[in-house]
Design a protein around this ligand. Structure first.
Ligand code: UT7
Length: 331
């Protein structure tokens, strides 16, 4: 079976740590509510560094960790919902800074499932193009750019950060993916792009896009609907990605879920009949960083020894779109 080998990992978070206490000074909330409802204690927030810079820093560490020449990277996939420019892509800016000139470079937007989608794409490229040596996947997010810090229902949840992996083809590792999306839930989690009225616009405010009213570019979330979707989807994605290769979920050594809310993970663990000990959690220190959350946790799990060589792992994400996906792979 063709799989991938993670030969390097990197992580970068801004210095500023925004604690629950600090948030309770700017909005009507408190540490007790945030901790018991989400598990989050603090998150990192940029003080102006752009998204691509976070990505560059994490990519540089991953490349150093892998011990490769950046010129041998044939494909850079960046996952983000908080790009600095509509164009060029974050991937091109990262490519410029790391010296991988000539590689393919693309951004994908699959929200919190972004890293799972990118990991799957990387594997498929490596499998079908034997000239491709290394793929760099970078997930870089600055949710603070689209967060309304007067809205307590969302501003306590999100944080900024980036993480990266260097991947190579491995003919002897297990790999299985189960990815999907349900656009009928698009209205539950969104952030509008900037409005672009032109001299020719006549029905700008009349077109029914089937999304909640408002022209704000801040994140809007129907927490209850997304919670329901997440608790239903997470176990399904784990089970289905395992099933494709005849593995029982309890044979997994480590599960690295999207870090949105510890209660979602606890509910999924119960549903799967798997001990919480197998779920890697670092959301207490990062909050929800959308597509960066899984690779940030993956990085921490590698560095603290929770994920060891030979382990069977599952990464599983869910988010705006609504998108979802699980991948089982051997580390
Ligand atoms: O990454 C994308 C995926 N996103 C997710 O997975 C998020 C899924 N949703 C959730 O995790 C949860 O729905 C939230 C954490 C967002 C909210 O938790 P909840 O238990 O569903 O709370 P709620 O929205 O039902 O609010 C309960 C109460 C309300 O007060 P009343 O109406 O009962 O008096 C809120 O006004 O808590 C209040 N509340 C707060 N209180 C203090 C809401 N936010 C806060 C806050 N601090 N930050």
């Amino acid at each position: 079976m063709t799989g991938v080998n993670i030969i390097g990992a990197g992580k970068y978070v801004p210095d500023l740590v925004l604690t629950n206490e600090m948030l309770s000074q700017i909005v009507d909330t408190n540490d007790e509510w945030i901790t018991t409802r989400t598990g989050i204690k603090s998150r990192h927030i940029t003080n102006g560094e752009p998204t691509f810079h976070l990505g560059v820093m994490s990519a540089k560490e991953a490349i150093k960790d892998a011990g490769i020449d950046p010129k041998d990277i044939g494909l850079i996939i960046v996952t983000t919902i908080t790009n600095d420019f509509s164009t060029p892509s974050v991937a091109c800016l990262i490519q410029r800074e790391i010296g991988a000139i000539g590689s393919m470079a693309i951004d994908i937007n699959c929200a919190c499932a972004g890293f799972v989608y990118a990991f799957d794409m990387a594997k498929r490229y490596l499998e079908t193009d034997k000239n491709l040596k290394y793929v760099l996947v970078v997930s870089a997010e600055e949710l603070s750019k689209i967060t309304d810090y007067t809205d307590r229902s969302t501003c306590v949840l999100f944080g900024d950060g980036a993480a990266a992996v260097v991947l190579e083809r491995d003919e002897n590792k297990i790999f299985s993916s189960y990815l999907g999306a349900d656009g009928t839930g698009a209205e539950y989690l969104l952030a509008r792009s900037y409005n672009s009225e032109t001299p020719f616009t006549t029905n700008f405010n009349r077109f029914d896009d089937k999304m909640p009213d408002g022209n704000s570019h801040y994140l809007f979330q129907n927490g209850k609907e997304v919670y329901k979707f997440a608790t239903k989807t997470l176990p399904v994605a784990v089970k289905e990605s395992c099933k494709k290769i005849g593995l029982a979920p309890d044979e997994l050594d480590v599960i690295i879920p999207h870090q949105a809310n510890v209660r979602i993970i606890e509910t999924a663990a119960k549903n799967l009949g798997i001990s919480m000990d197998k779920f890697y959690i670092n959301l207490q220190n990062h909050g929800n960083t959308s597509s960066a959350s899984i690779p940030l946790a993956l990085y921490d799990a590698i560095k603290d020894g929770s994920l060891k060589r030979g382990d069977k792992a599952c990464i599983v994400g869910f988010g705006a779109g609504l998108t979802y996906g699980g991948i089982v792979f051997e580390f």
